[in-house]
Design a protein around this ligand. Structure first.
Ligand code: TRP
Length: 346
């Protein structure tokens, strides 16, 4: 049997995980545990590149750690940790920065977007502060991945450029100092983009307000209410021409959610009913709400269970950090040796 592939991915800390986060990434992470050796990281150091509040960051990181466990990331099989508990990665980040060109970094789309955004968002007399952290963001991401010598990285399309850069850095290291890093492949698995139920022309996001997102651990009543009031057709004709079988965004979104909850056959049948003009929206909404409630109530229970069981959450976070450090430390030791630097005194 060939050795299992090593998978690595990271997620930004947020205090409330939405079903958008879950279906868009985490559900896939959970599945990958069956076939691969997985390492998943809550990237609090990356989150520091945007304006933030210190207490909130710590809270969000802790919540995200718990949410991942509750969503089905299994710490017995998988390393799941908070980025700042592994200083080996930040040292590796520095080393890799010396193998990264400034030109490449300044050409990153995400850097250009975010630095532009920050500039526009600030009053003129505040001065536009663009941190070097924003520029370094992809180097730290490369260090995340390479510290675990990962083979595959499941990410959304928007991260392709960062992955390309990581491969370039790995290649440069290997050719200058001798082989150490596999060039990490992007794993573009089919993921589900969830839209706001209140405004299905926009991506589900917490920043739009509570009407616009459904939390993964939200109470049943509240989930049902949001699905019941989901925008469907709003009188508009189905998007696209007659031959283009695309329902309205609101209907598509509900069908997508239903399918993502595992009810693919129901979703297929209801989509046919929709085009036959016989779909009753209350039925679609009812089924979708039932499916979501069934899926999320299990996670809500697991979350409550974890919080009850883990009386020392911080200790748990430290323990997982130790496991991650053991792997990253091995890589770092090899990188130091190859690059000619010292290890800190024991
Ligand atoms: N930049 C990624 C995002 O915004 C998060 C991330 C940080 C990441 N480090 C990573 C993803 C390493 C994959 C691998 O989604």
């Amino acid at each position: 049997m060939p050795p299992r592939k090593r998978v690595y991915s990271g997620i930004q800390p947020t205090a409330v995980m939405t079903i958008g986060n879950y279906f868009g990434a985490v559900q896939n992470w959970v599945r990958l545990q069956d076939e691969c050796d997985c390492v998943y990281c809550v990237v609090d150091l990356h989150a520091m590149t945007a304006p933030y509040d210190a207490a909130e960051l710590r809270h969000a990181s802790t919540e995200m750690f718990v949410s991942l466990l509750a969503a089905g990331i299994d710490p017995d099989r998988t390393i799941v940790y908070i980025q700042s508990t592994v200083p080996e990665q930040t040292e590796l980040c520095w080393m890799l920065a010396t193998l990264t060109s400034l030109g490449d970094l300044s050409r990153m789309t995400q850097f250009k977007e975010k630095s532009g955004l920050l500039k526009d968002g600030l009053a003129e007399d505040d001065g536009a502060f663009i941190s070097a952290g924003l520029l370094f963001y992809p180097v730290l991401q490369a260090a995340d991945i390479l510290a675990y010598r990962a083979d595959c990285v499941p990410v959304g399309q928007d991260q392709s450029q960062h992955l390309e850069l990581s491969r370039g850095i790995a290649k440069r290291f290997n050719s200058r100092f001798g082989y150490l890093f596999p060039e990490p492949e992007t794993l573009h698995t089919p993921i589900t983009k969830v839209l706001s139920t209140a405004d299905p022309t926009r991506k589900m996001s917490k920043s739009l307000g509570p009407k616009h997102y459904i939390g993964l651990f939200e109470e049943e009543d509240s989930i049902r209410r949001k699905i019941r009031s989901a925008v469907t057709d709003s009188g508009a004709a189905p998007v696209g021409g007659a031959g283009d079988r695309q329902a309205s965004p609101g209907i598509e979104n509900l069908l997508t959610l239903l399918a993502a909850c595992g009810h693919r056959d129901d979703a297929k049948r209801m989509r046919e009913d929709y085009f036959a003009g016989t779909l009753r929206y209350v039925d679609l909404k009812g089924l979708t709400a039932d499916a979501l409630v069934a899926l999320t109530s299990e996670m809500r229970d697991r979350r409550a269970d974890i919080l009850r069981r883990e009386t020392d959450l911080e200790g748990r976070i430290m323990e997982m950090g130790e496991r991650a450090r053991a792997v990253a430390g091995e890589t770092l030791a090899l990188a130091r040796e190859k690059m000619g630097t010292f290890a800190p005194p024991a």
